[in-house]
Structures are given as structure tokens and as C-alpha cells.
Design a binder for this molecule. Structure first.
Ligand code: G4P
Length: 529
């Protein structure tokens, strides 16, 4: 198969949701359709990470929370689908943000009863900022939930999306009869006492047909006709261009658990979702069909095998083909590296692969060369953009609790930061190290991993910080800037890349600082335009 056909075949996407909306269940059902797993329950309830192959960190097993992000690939109707799984737990939100830099589109799962929840809002905001094409799946229609129109309104308002329903529910909960598929113009009936996995699809392009009454009953038929009239009047017709540009978001309704509405979602998805897209590097835009390989690291997994301290760097191939044993330039280190056993991912397995195409994710064994955001090329000095750090929410001093193990501690901290587990700040005044995380849980993860993987012990002390703000380095010569450096010395630190950071201890002090030193540019992400 030629290079362009391979690219056109690929769909690399992420499923995002608030925890418990049904992301794992939906992922499992998609894998079932792809024949990648044999039975429901194989990938269950976030226990997707509990199967041996995704079982990257012992701590995950202990906590039953998906700490890691993995890749699940399968073939469906001749398309190669790569699902980049994202951790549901909010403390690992930054992991998810980073994964969103490697997807070409996204499916958002929303619980019909709960509507739009906090975590979904934040994640969709990142998608909006990057114009990532989004499909919305409203899940758990077998349960009583919010009215479909109210939900569509809520999605539009809270997520600031412009939706158009491509399917519409017929009843809900106890009265759930099925779904009208506007995209394929048919009705999917949900029948049977148990309401489990029973599905019948009836082509139905003319809703005036009296057969509708026989299929779903007089009352439901009347409601459906009214509902669809309203849908047609209120929502714009589906426009693929708008969807691809992030200007319109199609919505599907269904029940992942009962495998209802999932095939319709998948069939539409492979039809409309984009193949690998061009990506912006600092230097230029790189097209997927360029001959030379380029790619970037969006995730690092540590210690897949606890006996060996190796790591797996996940590289998204952006252009060209990634080949085994071919030397590639690690741009940041200005060093050529060869990989004798690059991994590809299939369902829950990984295996060595000779060649990977744009859109694919390659897992590279790493002994400490990679950091998140690193670019690989065939020689061109190129740096992919778009993996900024956000201000952490929690900050603590980290102390060495075993003076004999200082070296192990610093190595451990260094490597965990490269993986993006947390952010490290070194105070300008006294060189003390401060760890910043998105959630409180990460402090425990770090402590546990330092001990079990590096044999080092640490303790923490509180360090009250409201927000970390990156300071624009261009201002260095200005007098006001010098004054700011002198007065705020106590609150200044360097991040891991040596960028200057102001650690504001309260919202008030942040405001005062901004007022007092208006020419000092403070940013809430590490990325400067
Ligand atoms: P997450 O990955 O987004 O966190 O959600 P997950 O798929 O784990 O689903 C959360 C809970 O919602 C699970 O129940 C799951 O069975 C249930 N669920 C998912 N889809 C549907 C649906 O379409 N209808 C209904 N009624 N429930 C659904 P649980 O009780 O937490 O776990 P389990 O004991 O069922 O595994």
C-alpha cells in the first residue's frame, strides 16, 4: 500500500470525559467492534489499565485509578484506529492535556443524567483552543436523564460548542425505544425486557411513513416527529468542513454499556474524522505526507518492567515513515539515535514494528534521553510546539529524608519531571526545591515511586503558593524588571528548563505585583507567543 493511502487510513483520536461518564465502557465497545478484544468486560471500568499489558505502574493497581495514558489500536472497515487513552482522574489532567497535542480529533462522552461536568469543561476548552474536531457522545440513555434539548443547550452554553445532533433519542430510561440516526436516516430499535444488546436497524428516510407507529407506538411516533421538526428548525445541517475546523460539533446519543448507538458513532466517525493533520513546528508547518520522518514525544511511561529502569517514550509520527534501526536526529540533544525495537500498539498488546506511518504512535525504549516535547527528525532542526506547562495547583518543598541516598533522590526527581509527573522549581534565593502538581495525589505518587524505583526517601513541607507565573525573559534590561527581581527575590524560582517563574503566594499579591510592575509580563503557561 502506498504512503498516501496509509495516511488516509489512519484515525488517531482521544476519548475524554468526566470520570464515570463511560469513557472506558465506550473504549471497550469500540475495541469489540474492531475485533480487537473478544468479549465485553475485557476492558472494564477503567480496569483497562489493570490488564497485564497496560499495567505500567504498580501504584495504579493499588489505587485502581488510571494514572497512565496508553494507546489502543485496531482495524475497523479498513481504517487503522488509534485511540489515545487518557486518565480520567482529575489529578492527572495535565497528562490528558499533553495527550491532546497528539490527537487529530476527539470524542467527548457526557452522562445523560449529569450533563456537562467540570473536567469535561476544562478538556473541551483545550480542544477549542486548538480547533480540534470534536464529536459528542451522550451516554447512558438507558437511564433517566435530562431532556435531550436541554442537554444540547447545556453543551452549547457550558462547552461553548456549536452542536448539531446526528442522532436523536426516542424516549429515555424506562421508555427508551431507540435512536433515530439522522446521519444514516434509519431507526435503531432498542428492544427486549432486559434492554441488553438488542438491536434492530430499520431504514427510515420518510418519517411520515405510518410504519413508524407500528415500530415505536403512536405516542412515541408523534413525539419523534415533533422533536425532529424542532431539531431541523433549530440546528444547522451537518457540515463536514465546519466540523473539521472545530466550528461545528456533531452529537450522538446512545448507551455504551448496552452497546447501543456505538456502531453508528464509529461508522460516522471513520467517515468524517480527519486523517493525520499537518502540525505546527516553531520553524514551519509540517504536512503529514512529507517524505522525511518527523515526530514528537507526548508521553513518557516509566518502568514498565519494575526490574529494569527503562522508560517508554511515546512518539506521535507527524510525517514520513518511522523505521526500525534508522538513525534519527534528537533535535534538543543534537544527537543521532537508532531504535532497534520500536513498539507499535494493538488493542492491549505492544509489539516490535519495522515501519510506522503518520498518525501512528511508536513506543521507544529510553534510558533517559527523552523529555516530553522532544522532536525527532531525519536531520532538520525542527521543534514541535504546543506542549506548554500550566501553573500547578499544589506546591510543596521536597526534602531528602535519607542523606545517604541524595544522588538517587535527585536522579529520581529529574526523571519523574522529564516524564511530566509534576513540575520542579528551584528557588532563586536558597536553591531549595519545590514540587508543583495539578492534584494532591501526585505527591504520594512521587513519594512512592522515588522509594520503589530509585530507593530514595523524601518528605514534604508546605509551601503556600497561589499560582506559578512564567516571567517573560525579554524584559531583562528594563529598570522596572530589575526592581521586580530585587523586591520579589523571595518568590522567584527557575523551572526545569531554566525559565524564570514568579510564585505568587496569593491572588492579592499577584494583583499587586501586576499593578506595581505593569511592564513585567507574567504568563500562566510556560509558552510565550
Ligand atoms: P469512565 O471511564 O468515564 O470513568 O467510566 P466507565 O466506563 O468506567 O463507566 C462508569 C460507570 O458507568 C460504570 O459503572 C459503567 O458500567 C457505567 N456505564 C457506562 N456506560 C453506561 C450506559 O450506557 N448505561 C449505564 N446504565 N451505565 C453505564 P460502575 O457501576 O462504576 O462499574 P461496573 O461495576 O458496572 O463496572
Amino acid at each position: 500500500m502506498d504512503f498516501k493511502t496509509e495516511i488516509a487510513k489512519r484515525r488517531t483520536f482521544g476519548i475524554i470525559s468526566h470520570p464515570d461518564a463511560g469513557k472506558t465502557t465506550l473504549t471497550e465497545k469500540l475495541l469489540l467492534f474492531g475485533g480487537a478484544i473478544q468479549e465485553a468486560g475485557a476492558v472494564k471500568n477503567n480496569k483497562i489499565k489493570k490488564t497485564a499489558t497496560s499495567d505500567f505502574m504498580e501504584i495504579e493497581r493499588q489505587r485502581g485509578i488510571s494514572v497512565a495514558t496508553s494507546v489502543l489500536a485496531f482495524i475497523y472497515k479498513d481504517k487503522k484506529i488509534n485511540i489515545l487513552d487518557t486518565p480520567g482522574h482529575k489529578d492527572f489532567a495535565e497528562d490528558t492535556f499533553r495527550t491532546l497535542t497528539a490527537v487529530d480529533s476527539v470524542i467527548v462522552v457526557i452522562d445523560v443524567a449529569k450533563g456537562v461536568e467540570e473536567q469535561t469543561k476544562k478538556l473541551v476548552e483545550v480542544c477549542r483552543m486548538r480547533n480540534i474536531p470534536v464529536i459528542v457522545f451522550i451516554n447512558k440513555l438507558d437511564r433517566e436523564g435530562k431532556d435531550a434539548f436541554d442537554l444540547l443547550d447545556e453543551v452549547e452554553q457550558k462547552l461553548e460548542l456549536k452542536v448539531t445532533p446526528l442522532s436523536f433519542p426516542i424516549g429515555m430510561g424506562y421508555d427508551f425505544k431507540g435512536i433515530y440516526n439522522r446521519y444514516e436516516k434509519n431507526i435503531n430499535l432498542f428492544r427486549g425486557d432486559s434492554k441488553k444488546n438488542i438491536e434492530e436497524t430499520v431504514a427510515f428516510d420518510n418519517l411520515e411513513n405510518k410504519e413508524l407507529e407500528n415500530l415505536i407506538g403512536v405516542k412515541a411516533a408523534e413525539t419523534l416527529r415533533e422533536d425532529l421538526e424542532l431539531v431541523n428548525g433549530v440546528y444547522p445541517p451537518f457540515n463536514k468542513e465546519d466540523y473539521l475546523n472545530g466550528k461545528q460539533q456533531p452529537v450522538f446519543f446512545g448507551s455504551a454499556l448496552n452497546n447501543f448507538g456505538v456502531r453508528e458513532l464509529l461508522d460516522c466517525f471513520i467517515d468524517i474524522a480527519p486523517p493525520p493533520l499537518a502540525k505546527k513546528a516553531e520553524e514551519r508547518i509540517v504536512m503529514a505526507n512529507e517524505k522525511e520522518m518527523t515526530g514528537f514525544v507526548f508521553k513518557i511511561h516509566a518502568n514498565m518492567d519494575p526490574k529494569h529502569r527503562d522508560r517508554l517514550a511515546f512518539v506521535k509520527v507527524v510525517s514520513g515513515t518511522f523505521e526500525r534501526n534508522k538513525p534519527y536526529l534528537h533535535v534538543r540533544l543534537d544527537k543521532k539515535l537508532k531504535f532497534s525495537s520500536p513498539n507499535a500498539f494493538f488493542a492491549e498488546k505492544k509489539e516490535i514494528v519495522d515501519i510506522s506511518y503518520p498518525g501512528d504512535i511508536v513506543g521507544l525504549h529510553d534510558t533517559g534521553n527523552f523529555k516530553i516535547g522532544d522532536t525527532l527528525t531525519e536531520g532538520e532542526k525542527l521543534n514541535y510546539k504546543g506542549i506548554p506547562s500550566f501553573s500547578p495547583e499544589h506546591f510543596r518543598y521536597i526534602n531528602n529524608a535519607d542523606p545517604m541516598k541524595a544522588k538517587q533522590l535527585y536522579k529520581g526527581i529529574d526523571q519523574l519531571m522529564d516524564e511530566g509527573v509534576a513540575q520542579l522549581f528551584t528557588l532563586e534565593m536558597n536553591g531549595r526545591k519545590v514540587i508543583g502538581t495539578v492534584g494532591a495525589l501526585q505527591f504520594e505518587v512521587i513519594q512512592y515511586r522515588l522509594e520503589h524505583e530509585y530507593g530514595a526517601k523524601c518528605t514534604y513541607d508546605n509551601f503556600p503558593v497561589h499560582k506559578a507565573c512564567w516571567v517573560d525573559p525579554e524584559d531583562k534590561k528594563n529598570i522596572e524588571f530589575k526592581e521586580f527581581l530585587r523586591v520579589k527575590q523571595k518568590f522567584l524560582a527557575k523551572d526545569k528548563n531554566g525559565q524564570l517563574v514568579f510564585l505568587a503566594d496569593s491572588q492579592f499579591s499577584l494583583q499587586m505585583t501586576q499593578q506595581k510592575y505593569p511592564s513585567v509580563k507574567l504568563r500562566f503557561t510556560s509558552e510565550f507567543d
